[in-house]
Design a protein around this ligand. Structure first.
Ligand code: SAM
Length: 230
C-alpha cells in the first residue's frame, strides 16, 4: 500500500516541479506514486497516469484504487504522448527512462510536447536529450541535480521556445548553468567516471573505434579543464 514515505528523493523532486496544475500527465507511471502524491499534495487537480505495458498499469490502478483516487487519476494504456490529446495536460512528466527513449517519445508527438511544460528525469543519455531539446525548439528553463546515496540524477524542466545552442560539445555533457549548483561536484565525478569507463572499454576492445576513443579522451580533457577553471 502506498504511503508518502515511499517517495524517494528522486520522486519527491519530480513532484515538486509541478505547481497549480489542472491536469498533469505522468508518462511511464509504473507504480503511480508520483500521480498519487500530486493529488494528495494538491499540486495537481487531475492526473493522467499512462504506461505502455498492461502489468505496471494494473499495479498503478490498484495503488490508485486503494487510495480512493480513481476519480482524480485516470489510467491510460499506450505509448508515450499518443495517449494525450494536444493541450490536454499543462505538465507532462517523463521520468525514470533512458534519455534516448525520452527523445523518441518527444519526437513521435512533438506538437503535443510543445503545448505542455515538460518535467523530464532521464536515467542516462542526458547529452542526447539536451541536444535534442536545444536543437529542436525547446528551451531548458531549469535543470537540477539530486542524489540518492551514490546515484546522481538530473531533472530537466523544458518548454516550447528557442534556446541558444551551447558553444562547445562538452557543454551538452556538463552544462555551464550547472557549475554553481551545490551538487555539481557529484555530477562532475559521475561524468568523469563515465568517460573513463568508456575509454577503458574502447582501449580494451579487439577492434578499437579510434574516432570514438579520441572523442571521449577529448571529453575527459575538457572535463578536467572545467574543474581547474572552477
Ligand atoms: C523504470 S519505470 C519508471 C517509473 C516512474 N516513472 C519512475 O520514475 O519511477 C519506466 C516505465 O516506463 C514504461 N515505458 C517504457 N516505454 C514507454 C513508452 N514508450 N510509453 C509509456 N511508458 C513507457 C515502462 O513500462 C515502465 O513502467
Amino acid at each position: 500500500m502506498y504511503n508518502k514515505n515511499m517517495l524517494t528523493p528522486r520522486l519527491n523532486c519530480i513532484v515538486n516541479y509541478v505547481n497549480s496544475s489542472e491536469t498533469t500527465a505522468d508518462i511511464g507511471t509504473d507504480h503511480a506514486y508520483v500521480p498519487i502524491e500530486l493529488i494528495n499534495s494538491g499540486r495537481a487537480k487531475r492526473v493522467i497516469a499512462s504506461d505502455i505495458k498492461p502489468g505496471p498499469l494494473k499495479i498503478a490502478k490498484s495503488h490508485i484504487e486503494k487510495r480512493g483516487l480513481s476519480d482524480r487519476i485516470e489510467t491510460r494504456l499506450g505509448s508515450g504522448l499518443s495517449v494525450l490529446a494536444p493541450g490536454e495536460a499543462d505538465y507532462i512528466i517523463i521520468a525514470g527512462m533512458g534519455g534516448e527513449l525520452i527523445c523518441d517519445i518527444l519526437k513521435e508527438n512533438t506538437e503535443t510536447a510543445r503545448l505542455s511544460r515538460l518535467v523530464i528525469q532521464p536515467m542516462n543519455g542526458q547529452y542526447e536529450l539536451r541536444r535534442y531539446l536545444i536543437e529542436n525548439g525547446f528551451t531548458i528553463e531549469r535543470e537540477d541535480i539530486e542524489n540518492e546515496a551514490h546515484r546522481v540524477y538530473n531533472f530537466i524542466i523544458a518548454k516550447n521556445g528557442r534556446s541558444e545552442e551551447f558553444d562547445n560539445d562538452i557543454d551538452y555533457h556538463l552544462p555551464p548553468y550547472l557549475y554553481s549548483h551545490p551538487k555539481f561536484p557529484l555530477l562532475f565525478d559521475k561524468k568523469r567516471r563515465e568517460f573513463k569507463k568508456i575509454i577503458n572499454g574502447l582501449e580494451r576492445a579487439d577492434i578499437c573505434d579510434g574516432k570514438r576513443l579520441n572523442y571521449y579522451r577529448e571529453c575527459l580533457v575538457k572535463t578536467e579543464e572545467i574543474r581547474n577553471a572552477l
